[in-house]
Design a protein around this ligand. Structure first.
Ligand code: AMP
Length: 286
């Protein structure tokens, strides 16, 4: 595996690969890798001739009161994991490389960026869209791989790609979970033992939503109320939102008649966790 730490180095490597006619897959991450990230890498390797992974803790997507400084970082361990998975190029730029002094442009995906997580994290998706657009322009991937764990991110990036006529295919991959059901996240490392136990409430409440749906419940308000009640029963949990929305528009639905996205954000102590589930006739609801 080769590591590129500069934009110039990365674009030169890409130019060479393009000249050879090789397809490029990209897995953008913020590092501190776990099986969720590695599942994207594996899919990337299967789909593209060349697998590129990026690690960049993007300051633009963190609010002033958020965890940018304490976000977990371990680039050496990450590089070893990526190498083992057969990644060809690791792009590991510095903040200065990505945002030089006079940097001033950003991408807004109006409407979608203000819903769900956007309400409590203003500016977050502007930061995400901006950095992903930059990564796409630097790496010029044919395919880019994202986790369904960040469902809103996928919707927003798909919209950006379509709106800006970008020549990249976004592939969304399933949520990878711990054996007990907790969705894997770099932020899980913030949890102490009690919080780790309490964090299961996200998965448990989604499982209950799935059960209700399977038994025929189609009223979103009933499902939402049950979610809220289950989460409220966990004293270490504080709900940010629990919503049943259309998976394309992210608008709340009343009656579930096609697919619906059940999305949650919950604080466990000081740690904000997200999780979600897609309900619908075409899904394997396992
Ligand atoms: P992050 O490093 O948190 O920015 O995540 C990088 C990519 O990995 C994003 O596309 C995430 O959606 C994806 N990802 C994070 N956690 C998981 C998970 N548990 N399962 C699947 N994908 C994930």
């Amino acid at each position: 595996m080769r590591t590129e730490t500069t934009v110039a180095g990365m674009t030169a490597a890409v130019a060479e690969l393009k000249a050879q006619g090789r397809s490029i897959g990209l897995v953008p991450t913020m590092g501190y890798l776990h099986e969720g990230h590695l599942s994207l890498v594996r899919e990337c390797r299967k789909s593209a001739d060349v697998a590129v992974a990026s690690i960049f803790v993007n300051p633009l997507q963190f609010g002033p009161q958020e965890d940018f400084r304490r976000y977990p970082r371990d680039p050496e361990r990450d590089a070893a994991l990526l190498e083992k998975e057969g990644v060809d190029i690791l792009f590991l730029p510095t903040d200065q490389e990505m945002y030089p002094e006079r940097f001033g442009t950003s991408v807004e995906v109006a409407g979608l960026q203000d819903k769900l997580c956007g309400r409590s994290r203003p500016g977050h998706f502007r930061g995400v869209a901006t950095v992903v657009l930059k990564l796409f322009n630097i790496v010029r991937p044919d395919y880019a791989f994202f986790g369904q764990k960040d469902a809103q991110q996928v919707v927003i990036l798909r919209r950006m790609v379509e709106d800006l006529n970008m020549d990249v295919e976004i592939r969304a991959m399933p949520i990878i979970r711990e054996p007990d059901g907790l969705a894997m996240s770099s932020r899980n490392t913030y949890l102490n033992d009690d919080e780790r136990r309490a964090a299961l409430i996200l998965f448990r409440s989604l499982e209950e939503a799935r059960r209700m749906f399977e038994k025929g419940q189609r009223a979103a308000s009933q499902i939402r109320e049950r979610l809220l009640r289950i989460i409220a029963s966990e004293h270490l949990a504080r709900i940010d939102y629990a919503e049943v929305v259309d998976p394309g528009s992210l608008e709340p639905v009343e009656k579930i008649d096609g697919e619906a996205l059940v999305a949650l954000a919950v604080y466990i102590g000081r740690t904000r966790l997200i999780d979600n589930l897609i309900l619908g006739p075409t899904r394997d609801t396992k």
